[in-house]
Design a protein around this ligand. Sequence first.
Ligand code: PLP
Length: 424
Amino acid sequence: MNHFELQGGELHCEDVSLAQIAAAVGTPVYVYSSATLERHFTVLREALVGVGLKDPLIAFAVKANPNLAVLRTLGRLGAGADTVSEGEIRRALAAGIPAERIVFSGVGKTEDEIAFALEAGVAEINVESEPELLLIDQVGRRLGRRAEVAFRVNPDVEAGGHAKIATGKAENKFGVSFQEAARLYANASNMAGVRPVGVACHIGSQITDLAPMRAAFLKMRGLVEQLRAEGLSVERLDLGGGLGVPYFNQPEPPAPAQYAAMIAEVTAGLDIQLAFEPGRMIAANAGVLVARALHVHERPEGRRFLVLDAAMNDLLRPAMYDAYHDIRPVTPRDGAPGPYDVVGPVCETGDTFTRDRALAPVEAGDLVAFMTAGAYGASMASEYNSRPLVPEVLVRGDEFAVVRPRPSYDEMLARELAAPWLGD
Ligand code: PLP
């Protein structure tokens, strides 16, 4: 459930009309609903606690939506943060999320980033390879600390809505191999700069079937039992994120309650602290991208292009993953739906949001909303074609605030410096 509904013939975010935000901030613009963010977090936590899982760490995957206001909204409810760079750790800390609720993942952490994470006191660094283990140990010894690490294990299970977001197969770059995990864990327990506290896995994103997750989690349970049988201490099991969301034309994902029940079943009797790294399921349906129609361009051969002022640089997912986003008129007009190719102004054929989509009539000047755009939307945006970075707005009830303004052209140009030999 989300809080984007028609009120008085106009699409609203909670009690604010999207047209009002577009008039005040311009388009394109991302709009997030606080009530939806809060609801998704709370539903997940209640589902996990409801099946008897004690005090799970729910570390929101910052990459899904790193806006400080979004992080602060979730942090105030008790969310932690799953981070993959020093920048993301800094964001989580700046949003008031305590270090002891921050997890640091990622296949290529630099020495400086590891040192930063250790000094900040993050809860857990997820080790993704043997060379990285050695580097963390070295940094830990240099700083006189034992870094609490969890081994991100690649369980070799196929899952995820698209090949580019599947991470749990042996051919994917993520994590240490299942075969090596026990040896590495045992080695790590003898190192002075690290203290292994657990194991982690994250097998992909937009997963709409619990079966691969269950298969991977059962393997992880087996690993915990094997390590403990070898006399090693395993206090934490991090099960990653990945639960899908409804993008309207795709299989319905399992409900949080079904997900929680599966986890309770798989981890029954294990006596372990569980951690989760959800991103999409919390943020995706809490945000929309509002764009304005610039032209409706009809070709004699029969194609009808709806040219928007939003482009692939603002919402990359369709170009990158062939992702589907429902597109709704902000003020629906009467009339029969007809086919449109919805495109942006960027000079790439890939700047096509959808082809032959049946939409209610749209005219130049109308506003449309890309639904389910609150995750991996603004966070993947760029200034390609020198288009200003898309702004972000957070709504709460009948109020809204610009939480990332659109940069001016002067600000964009001022970020760059002339090389001395090029003159003014
Ligand atoms: N954890 C890790 C390590 C990830 O790489 C990702 C996404 O790629 C996530 C969590 C969040 O996944 P999702 O947004 O599908 O929940």
